[in-house]
Design a protein around this ligand. Sequence first.
Ligand code: URA
Ligand code: SF4
Length: 205
Amino acid sequence: MEEVSELEQLHGEVRVCQLCILSQSRRNAVPGEGPEKVDILFVGEGPGFHEDQQGRPFVGPAGQFLNQLLEGIGIKREQVYITNVVKCRPPGNRDPLPEEIAACHPYLVRQISLLKPKLIVTLGRYSTEQFFPGVQISKIRGRPKKMGGIIYYPMFHPAAGLHQPRWRKVIEEDFARIPQLLKEAEKLGEDNEPPSDKAEQLSLL
Ligand code: URA
Ligand code: SF4
C-alpha cells in the first residue's frame, strides 16, 4: 500500500468534507497546494469560480496577479503553500459566514502545524482576522508580527489590486519585503531572546 502523508490525508478529508453548508453548493473543495514543508504559507479568503471549477487555489485573475507578485520577488509558486480560510466557494462569491469560517478553521490549524512555515502571509480581511482578531487590516497591513515562532504578515488581498492601481502599488511594495522578512525570520529563529522582545523588534522592521 502506498504511504499517504498527513498533508495528503488532510487534503482528502477536505475534498469530502461536509462540516458546513458550503459543501452543498461547491463543485470542488480546494484544500490548498504546495510542498509538504514550506518557508512561506499564503492564506487567502476562499475559492472563487475558477478555483471551485479546478479544485486548486488562486488560479483565476487574482491568482495570476499572485503569480506575478511571486515572480517579482524571485520565488517560485511551487516553493510556497497556498490555501484559504474557507476551502469551499461561497455561492456567488459572497463573504464567508462566521460559522463557515469556524467549521473550516481546524484544517488551517492542522496545515500550519504540518507545513511549519516561518512566514504566514495573510491575504485580505478574513485571513488577517484569523490571526489578528478584531484588528482592522488597514491599520496593520505591511506590519509583520512574530507570534509563537512564526512571522505573520498581513496584506491587502491581491484581488483588491486588480482594478485599483493605488492598492496594486501597496501590495507590490508589501510583497517586496518578503525576502528580507524571511532572512530576518531565520536570524530571529537562532537567537535566544524571549518571544515578546522578538515581536517588538519585528514591528519596528
Ligand atoms: N481569492 C481567494 O481568496 N482565494 C482564492 O483561492 C482565489 C481567489
Ligand atoms: Fe468543510 Fe471547510 Fe468546505 Fe465547510 S468550507 S465544507 S468546513 S472544507
